[in-house]
Design a protein. Sequence first.
Length: 199
Amino acid sequence: MINAEKAESTIASVTVEADGQVAGEGDGGEKPLPLPSTYITCGKCKSLFAIAEEDLGNMGKGCRVKCTVCSNSWYQSRERLFDIPTTTHDLLPANKADLDRIARNLSRDISPAFTGVGKLYVGNLDFHTTPQQLLEFFETNTKEKDVKVCDVSVVTGPDGRSRGFAFVSFYEESDGKAALECDGKECNGRELSVREPNN
């Protein structure tokens, strides 16, 4: 994360692996490079990457780059680099749940940006329930055993703690209908409230 007050003295770049761990952390890896002042966006999965103009080489107007999240590649020109707004925004590593959803989508030949259909509201969650636990709960507790969850969003407050509810979406509308039968079933010691959302 970038702390705007200390931005000039502490900015460094890191590589975050798909599991959310920082590459080279704890294994005696090289010191991180200074964080560039510009970034690019993958047009397929919308991931952001900090990149300096000199990273695009010194010949021509740019070069071909490849997304490390979804393997999309594109020609990146120097004119299309965006400035990182260090005074108004924080640069954070990608959320593991989002990286997992993108990987599941790519394995099904679906757009990385797809967030599912058949969205359900899930209430009365234990405050320590993780998105992975909810995903496994719905995939194992429905009568139709082929139910596949696309995305789980546990809603958190400004302090990062769970607010006790989530939204779950599926790859098929019928999977969402089938998952309604999980209403009243127990997950982490709490009876869940599962229904279609109000919006």
